[in-house]
Design a protein around this ligand. Structure first.
Ligand code: JFZ
Length: 425
């Protein structure tokens, strides 16, 4: 019998099955902060008071918001799910919450932007996730951060103020209930985030997660409510997947008894989550593809971020990168979807992913041609170039006995194959 307050890992395996097959999703950071255009932390970093932030609320008017376009971009990139910031740390709600006036409905947008997002992405056949900040710089009963280098909000908003944190928790739980009752089936709940002693039961996390599971039995939840997802008996609020940020865990994620923990790396395309007008430090499509391959080669997912601008448009640079990634996915997606780590050491020339008996070799360093497959002598039935299905020659050189591990290895020759230019792959 598994105690009620502990995650049943078999249930978690069931819940995360689709997620670990889909492998690639779109993260969308969008809110009032798109107007100052210096990233979603601008309020905190620049110590902007509620009053000084207010004009952004008053002018917010995303005339070009058309989530059908976003969904098409994601779909063409080969992404299978998306996660949208329904509320970020600044407290502004893209949805029509009945618990606050600080919401899109009361801006010039005059409507529930989350609803349109859900409908558009569903229509393209993508799974739908909600990012929801448990930190709230706007709510009167949310505590200030103390003397941090980056205070969560301007301390002047707080002078001599008593807060009633339970009131905030009611509000926060109430909004989660709204999000999970009004938009049909929701696939991912992405809470963000616990810090210091603000973690776990401080959020009444057991109660919160029980409600979430009651409302959406199949939903998967990230690990940012706290708890220890790597425990052999994780708290029920420890979540279904680990959420490394801007890094790829070098060995994937195992729990303390050596079992795989589902994980998803979230990564920005430039150096900000929210729209930043001047940040041009974009990753190339090639880097993104390699990042995705690396995640899958370590049993993880990639949630790749875009930050639409104040009009609701995804930056052109991001769209171009995603389109390029999509071209690769179109021919090579088979080596991503439903794939996992191979039970072989990482090869010198690149990475492996694997699905059943099929091994996918992602070759980054072609050397002079023949690629060596350690340990696979007599185990390779045939070899094909995934991009065009053409035949590749498998061989063991006649002087194989001269190589130290020649007994166990095989070569596949790439000469004659129609390969992309090496600098593009
Ligand atoms: C959080 C947010 O603050 C950020 O704006 C963005 O939404 C990102 C996806 O998530 O950033 C974090 C959260 C947690 C840690 C670091 C950055 N952490 O625990 O180290």
């Amino acid at each position: 019998m598994i105690p009620e307050e502990v995650t049943n890992l078999n249930d978690r395996d069931q819940r995360t099955k689709w997620f670990l097959e889909d492998r690639f999703g779109l993260f969308i950071h969008w809110g009032l902060y798109a107007i100052p255009a210096r990233g979603e932390w601008v309020r905190s970093f620049e110590k902007i008071s509620n009053q000084e932030y207010q004009p952004y609320f008053e002018e917010f008017n995303p005339t070009h918001y058309n989530p059908k376009d976003w969904a098409k971009v994601a779909k063409a990139a080969g992404q299978k799910y998306a996660v949208l910031t329904t509320k970020h740390h600044d407290g502004f709600c893209l949805f029509d919450s009945q618990l606050t006036d600080y919401k899109a409905t009361n801006t010039l947008a005059k409507r529930d932007l989350v609803k349109e997002y859900v409908e558009a992405f569903r229509e393209e056949g993508l799974k739908v996730g909600f990012y929801f900040s448990i930190i709230d710089w706007y709510h009167n009963d949310y505590p200030a951060f103390g003397d941090r280098q980056h205070p969560m909000r301007d301390q002047s908003d707080f002078k001599d103020k008593e807060i009633d944190f339970d009131k905030y928790l009611d509000y926060m739980h109430g909004q989660v209930k709204e999000l999970l009752t009004r938009y049909g089936k929701i696939d991912i709940m992405w809470f963000d985030f616990s810090y210091d002693d603000m973690t776990g039961e401080k959020w009444k996390a057991t109660e919160l997660v029980k409600m979430v599971r009651e409302l959406q039995p199949d939903i998967i939840i990230d690990n940012r409510l706290g708890g220890n997802i790597k425990s052999a008996q994780p708290e029920i609020y420890a979540g279904d997947f680990y959420s490394p940020e801007q890094i790829i865990p070098p060995q994937g994620i195992l729990n303390e008894v050596g079992e795989q923990v589902p994980w998803e790396a979230c990564i920005t395309l430039n150096d900000h989550w929210g729209y930043h007008a001047k940040d041009q430090n974009y990753k190339s499509a090639k880097q993104v593809i390699r990042t995705l391959v690396e995640c899958v080669s370590k049993n993880g997912n990639l949630l790749l971020n875009v930050g639409p601008d104040a009009k609701g448009i995804i930056p052109e640079e991001s769209i171009e990168i995603l389109a390029e990634v999509g071209k690769w996915m179109d021919r090579n997606g088979e080596s991503i979807y439903g794939c996992k780590a191979a039970d072989l050491p990482k090869p010198e020339w690149g990475r492996y992913t694997q699905k059943g008996n099929t091994l996918y070799a992602h070759v980054y360093d072609r050397g002079i041609g023949p690629i060596y497959f350690a340990g696979l002598k007599d185990r390779i039935k045939k070899a094909r170039l995934l991009a065009d299905g053409s035949e590749l020659h498998v061989f063991t050189p006649w002087m194989a006995a001269d190589y130290s591990d020649a007994e166990s290895g095989a070569f596949i020759t790439l000469s004659g194959a129609r390969l992309p230019d090496e600098k593009d792959t």
